[in-house]
Write a protein that binds this ligand. Structure first.
Ligand SMILES: [Cu+2]
Length: 324
């Protein structure tokens, strides 16, 4: 099951990851964290631009790693992290995703829109190795101007980061170039127990129980939530479940948000986010039994935790909490 999820998810994910070097870890801007967390060998800064990722590191040590994800564009983005397999003795890389996965997912999306394939030569079949890709979290949906942090454990390997939000005409951000590589080498980053600082709440997600808020932050401020994946599966959009945090303004339309959370329908997961919804990050798909941590600035108000799956409310995967 994990394989099939990974395979399909990877296809989508591959569509959009671009990494560039924005600022080094010794940069003044980098060391003064927006979220108050100091820079270090276990912190990677990522700036999302117009269909680009600019990262502070292209190679990092292994261990618990915080991705500080700043959205500097005018569209929503996320950063799913995919561990690439060794297939028939060959390490797959971002180049393989760009050439064999991204075009196929775009063609699949084109067919959902009753349009001819953008990449006719790529066809509609994902490569066999795609089934061996493992999704290991990464920052969730983040609205323009917002900063999100997600801390996840990375073992040594070759990774791809990507965003598969779509433009309003149905082109994946990954197709536009928002897909990049990341190498995790054999050295430990020597970071301590996860996460740094305290944990203010805990959330679980499962295919049978949906999203459960075991404990929620009780006060406004910079707050960290543990997100634990009790299981993982593949839904009708080929992908597994994840958890995104959204602030809901007065008048936010829950129904519109639920419909938007499915990439496989026209209008779903596009640059056009439902009104009154501001995404503040989250934790992308992870294997069963694993956890990651998300950190966001929470003002008093109403919040939703929602999965990027078809009809999340019906699956118990759209729940709310309030910061008084
Ligand atoms: Cu994007």
């Amino acid at each position: 099951m994990r394989r099939s999820i990974a395979a399909l998810t990877a296809v989508l994910a591959t569509a959009l990851v671009a990494v560039a070097c924005e600022s080094g870890p010794t940069d003044a801007g980098a060391s003064a964290s927006v979220q108050g967390q100091r820079a270090g060998p276990d912190v990677v800064q990522v700036a999302a631009g117009h269909h680009t990722f600019v990262t502070s590191h292209e190679e990092i040590g292994a261990g618990w790693t915080t991705f500080r994800f700043r959205n500097r564009s005018d569209a929503p983005h996320f950063m799913i992290i995919e561990k690439m397999p060794v297939w028939e003795g060959e390490q797959k890389t971002v180049e393989d995703s760009r050439s064999e996965v991204v075009p196929v997912f775009q063609n699949i999306m084109d067919s959902f829109r009753d349009e001819g394939p953008t990449f006719p030569e790529a066809g509609f079949e994902l490569p066999a190795w795609y089934g061996e890709v493992t999704f290991v979290g990464g920052p969730g949906l983040t609205s323009p101007g917002e900063t999100a942090e997600t801390r996840t454990y990375l073992e040594p390997g070759t990774y791809v980061i990507e965003c598969y939000v779509k433009t309003e005409d149905g082109t994946f951000h990954s197709t536009e170039g928002m897909i990049e590589g990341l190498v995790v080498n054999g050295a430990s980053n020597a970071s301590g127990e996860p996460p740094r600082g305290r944990v203010d709440g805990r959330v679980t997600v499962s295919s049978t129980g949906g999203i459960t808020v075991e404990s929620a932050p009780r006060r406004p401020g910079n707050r960290t939530l543990e997100v634990a994946f009790e299981d993982q599966t593949a839904y009708s959009h080929f992908l597994g479940h994840d958890v995104h945090l959204a602030r809901l303004d007065e008048g936010a339309d829950r129904e519109a948000l639920g419909a938007w959370m499915n990439w496989a329908v026209p209008g779903g997961l596009t640059d056009d986010v439902p009104e009154g919804v501001t995404f503040l990050g989250g934790v992308q798909d992870m294997p069963a039994g694993e956890s990651a941590y998300m950190t966001a600035d929470l003002a008093p108000g109403r919040y939703a935790l929602v999965a990027e799956v078809p009809d999340p409310a019906d699956k118990g995967m759209m729940v709310e909490f309030t910061i008084p």
